[in-house]
Design a binder for this molecule. Structure first.
Ligand SMILES: *[C@@H]1O[C@H](CO)[C@@H](O)[C@H](O)[C@H]1NC(C)=O
Ligand SMILES: *[C@@H]1O[C@H](CO)[C@@H](O)[C@H](O)[C@H]1NC(C)=O
Ligand SMILES: *[C@@H]1O[C@H](CO)[C@@H](O)[C@H](O)[C@H]1NC(C)=O
Length: 368
């Protein structure tokens, strides 16, 4: 519902300005007061009756559909999904390994708190993930961070042997990748989209095709930071993306399910949208001078601020749930990266599990 306050203000403006306008048409002061009073009463009665006319209030609240997920963001389980920690499978200083990559292999788990216990987060195994994603169309679009998400997701659903078969294709740099996981009827598309403008283009394409995936994961920023290096322009492109994501979403929404329901096609389908954030960049480890110069902490912060300012994310009233790679990679730290930008699989494994648990919550298969 549009807040009573806004309606009140609107009514006040009408009551004030309409008679003033009429005064311009040579109405006497008494007549003006009469019109004011009549208008005031009409509006007041209208406002109070409005809730009893559902069609009117639906009409008035269509513009608010986008904010529906806010309540979900405050849903405490969605909020605690990122409460994870890493631990060393083997102690770094222990054993014969000098090489960090071998000696410090990390694993991750959710921290043991009452809140996390209440939410019953679980690391989905292959069979659980297959059940969850059975028959769905998953689109992941973005830069290398999005690609690493795809690697972790596929490793989960087709196992490491299956992965070996397709690894060559998947690691072709800078290209799209599409596969049908036959066993579970899951269609997965990776769309190489290094810039936010490429994501916007993808939204337009989906809209033209009138066919929406079930799960859409996107994120871009690193290329922009390196090649454009202008946070306010990044912010502008994000706002354009937000507008185009919203344009994709139908107006009717299912508030209780938290997701946005597709009213036009299959009414039971819910579109789930995620944003893959940028990683923590460890400037001293970046592999070119240009990167070290441009991809500073300061720049990362400005880019992050633009992301919040763009209202693309649920936490700021937008449609996408953020997968906080920056936080998750920072927790893992320098031992988990060779180039200060691309992290070990464990970071993206955790991210994929966070995403799948969010899907479980949103599809009401989990306690809220
Ligand atoms: C996927 O769903 C179909 C039909 O709903 C079912 O026949 C099939 O066994 C499911 N596969 C998996 C791996 O769950
Ligand atoms: C991504 O967008 C940039 C800038 O708009 C464009 O030059 C490039 O061709 C696009 N790349 C892809 C893969 O669409
Ligand atoms: C960033 O882009 C904006 C808008 O295009 C421009 O006004 C501003 O000067 C640019 N900032 C830098 C540091 O180049």
């Amino acid at each position: 519902m549009i807040g009573a306050v806004q309606l009140g203000l609107l009514a006040a403006c009408v009551v004030l300005f309409v008679p003033m306008g009429m005064a311009g048409w040579h109405l006497s002061r008494n007549k003006m007061l009469f019109f004011s009073g009549a208008l005031f009463i009409t509006l007041a009665v209208g406002v109070h009756l409005m809730p009893y006319f559902p069609s009117l209030s639906v009409f008035l609240s269509t513009s608010e559909v986008i904010s529906a997920p806010i309540s979900l963001y405050h849903d405490s389980c969605i909020f605690s999904l990122h409460s994870v920690m890493y631990s060393n499978v083997r102690e770094c200083d222990d054993g014969p390994f000098d090489n960090h990559e071998i000696g410090c292999k990390k694993s991750w788990q959710w921290i043991e708190s009452d809140q996390v216990a209440k939410c019953e987060f679980q690391k989905l195994k292959k069979s659980d993930a297959s059940d969850l994603l059975n028959g769905s169309w998953v689109v992941v679009a973005g830069d290398s961070q999005a690609r690493l998400m795809v690697v972790s997701l596929l490793e989960l659903v087709i196992g490491s042997e299956g992965m070996e078969r397709i690894r060559g294709d998947l690691f072709k740099r800078h290209s799209d990748y599409s596969m049908m996981v036959e066993e579970i009827g899951m269609k997965l598309d990776f769309v190489w989209a290094p810039y936010v403008a490429n994501l916007t283009e993808l939204m337009l394409q989906l809209k033209r095709n009138k066919n929406l995936p079930d799960v859409m994961v996107m994120g871009a920023g690193l290329w922009d930071m390196l090649h454009v290096n202008n946070a306010s322009e990044y912010g502008m492109s994000l706002r354009m993306l937000r507008d185009n994501v919203l344009a994709l979403l139908p107006v009717s929404s299912n508030l209780d399910a938290g997701g946005v329901e597709l009213s036009e096609s299959k009414s039971t389908r819910i579109l789930h949208l995620f944003w893959v954030g940028m990683p923590t960049l460890i400037t001293s480890m970046l592999n070119t001078d240009e990167k070290r110069e441009k991809m500073t902490d300061e720049m990362c912060n400005s880019y992050d601020n633009e992301l919040y300012g763009s209202k693309l994310l649920r936490e700021s009233g937008g449609p996408l749930l953020k997968l906080d790679i920056r936080m998750l990679s920072d927790l893992c730290g320098p031992p988990c990266t060779a180039d200060g930008m691309h992290y070990d699989g464990v970071v993206y494994d955790a991210t994929v599990q966070i995403m799948l648990n969010a899907l479980l919550i949103e599809s009401n298969q989990k306690p809220e």
